[in-house]
Design a protein around this ligand. Structure first.
Ligand code: BGC
Length: 433
């Protein structure tokens, strides 16, 4: 069965955002941010305080870093040498879920099981040494309310996590208890931060003129340095970094696929922007569009953003790779013309995602500039979609040029690979001051 051309064109149109609409989206994002700065309850973004500003770049010493933000948990031992320099002394990692073996992110898993698993990994990173004192920075990448640099209380799970007994709890308290159960009470968590904040700290440690940090991966979120907020309990300079939790930005009109996906998701109504842009969801949106084209609406194929990336990268004359992926996931041998259409659809979904993310970056650049001139700056980004998804980075750059015009020359995005680990170590060092 060949795809219906009119239906195909209609779906492409649903996922296409022209320059004018992009401008409106950036302006709406900025308005929502400004509303939140006056009264956070008025914004669809959570705009959470981090109690940390920028590092000096001269932070020094050895620190542990726990990077807990997706299905892969990583623990590092870093040596910070100051002058923006550092070394990784040890690195261990393990997934929270291995299908068929164990799963610490499902509804049946408990907080205790999850944090015991993490404590075990930390123990591995310190080679079972239960006497030396270790200070740990914890990148906990889920929306959490903070009252200081140590305690972050999880508001709500995102990224389809469902482990019981963590929402409403202070993540570091759960970690401390697990470390004690393991006999590793010598590891002391001293700072907790969102991964976007970690990326900003990490980038700013190495590169001056970086004020915005973002994750563009399984999940999506951005933070920025807000110069007008200061708190006696905070550390660092230049104001306070606000974790926007802009994955929850919802003042944007979703298309029918966005709406339908949201309704069937783990947390309907939540993370509407994230469900339009991040790696966890792009494959699902593509799958829904394909199902509509094949007349099997509602069927799920389990397409992932990695599948999408491989299909987009397949530029062979017969699109064999893409055909094989679709055969494996969709269960049908599509003809060349339809496979080409699926590729176009995948590209369109990625481009929409990149353009939306770019609009949010530009909104922040505008906000920081206020009525003054836009300053020369970098936007630090980490994450698999930014780093590896074909078309993502180039379309962010293109969209930023469309929105910023001549000022686009002053703003670029830079990859801060591994920033969520390094940033945690920097935060731990800042907490020691
Ligand atoms: C979380 C954010 C996080 C982002 C990227 C989102 O689902 O709500 O806290 O920064 O994912 O990991």
């Amino acid at each position: 069965m060949a795809f219906n051309q009119a239906q195909f064109k209609d779906i492409i149109a649903e996922f296409t955002i022209d320059t004018e609409r992009l401008h409106q989206i950036a302006a709406t994002f900025r308005q929502d941010l400004q509303l939140g700065l006056r009264d956070v309850t008025q914004s669809s973004m959570r705009m959470l305080k981090s109690y940390v500003g920028l590092p000096s770049g001269n932070e020094k010493g050895e620190y542990l870093a726990l990077d807990f933000g997706g299905t892969n948990i990583r623990v590092f031992k870093f040596r910070l040498d100051g002058g923006g320099k550092y070394a990784i002394i040890k690195r261990v990692g393990r997934p929270l879920i291995v299908p068929g073996e164990y799963d610490y992110i499902c509804k049946d898993a408990t907080a205790e099981q999850m944090f015991d698993f993490i404590a075990e990994l930390i123990d591995e990173a310190i080679d079972g040494d239960h006497t030396t004192k270790y200070y740990l920075g914890h990148t906990f990448s889920f929306p959490s309310t903070q009252t200081n640099l140590y305690d972050a209380r999880l508001i709500i799970w995102t990224k389809e996590f469902a482990t019981q007994g963590v929402e409403g709890q202070v993540a570091n308290d759960l970690l401390v208890e697990a470390l004690k159960r393991r006999g590793a009470g010598n590891v002391e968590p001293v700072a907790v931060l969102n991964d976007t904040v970690a990326v900003l700290l990490s980038a700013a440690y190495k590169t001056p003129d970086t004020f915005i940090g973002s994750i563009y991966a399984t999940g999506h979120n951005t933070c920025y340095l807000e110069p007008t907020i200061h708190d006696p309990k905070g550390v660092g300079s230049g104001g306070m970094i606000l974790n926007l939790e802009c994955g929850n930005f919802s003042k944007i009109v979703p298309n029918r696929f966005d709406r339908e996906y949201d309704e069937g998701s783990e947390k309907p109504g939540e993370q509407r922007f994230e469900k339009m842009v991040s790696g966890r969801y792009m494959g699902e949106l593509l799958g829904m569009a394909i199902a509509e084209l094949l007349g099997e609406k509602g069927k799920q194929y389990g397409l992932t953003s990695v599948d999408m990336s491989m299909m987009i990268l397949d530029d062979s004359p017969n699109l064999q790779r893409a055909t094989d992926i679709l055969m494996a996931k969709v269960g049908r041998e599509l003809d060349y013309v339809d496979v080409a259409k699926v590729r176009e659809l995948a590209a369109t979904i990625v481009i929409r995602s990149a353009r939306l993310v770019a609009a949010s970056f530009v909104a922040l650049v505008w906000q920081r500039a206020g009525s003054g001139k836009i300053q020369q700056q970098h936007v630090a980004v980490d994450g698999s979609v930014y780093e590896k998804m074909p078309l993502a980075k180039e379309n962010i750059t293109r969209a930023m040029s469309e929105l910023l015009g001549e000022d686009a020359a002053k703003v670029d995005t830079i990859l801060d690979n591994g920033g969520s680990g390094l940033g945690a170590a920097i935060a731990a060092a800042m907490a020691q001051k």
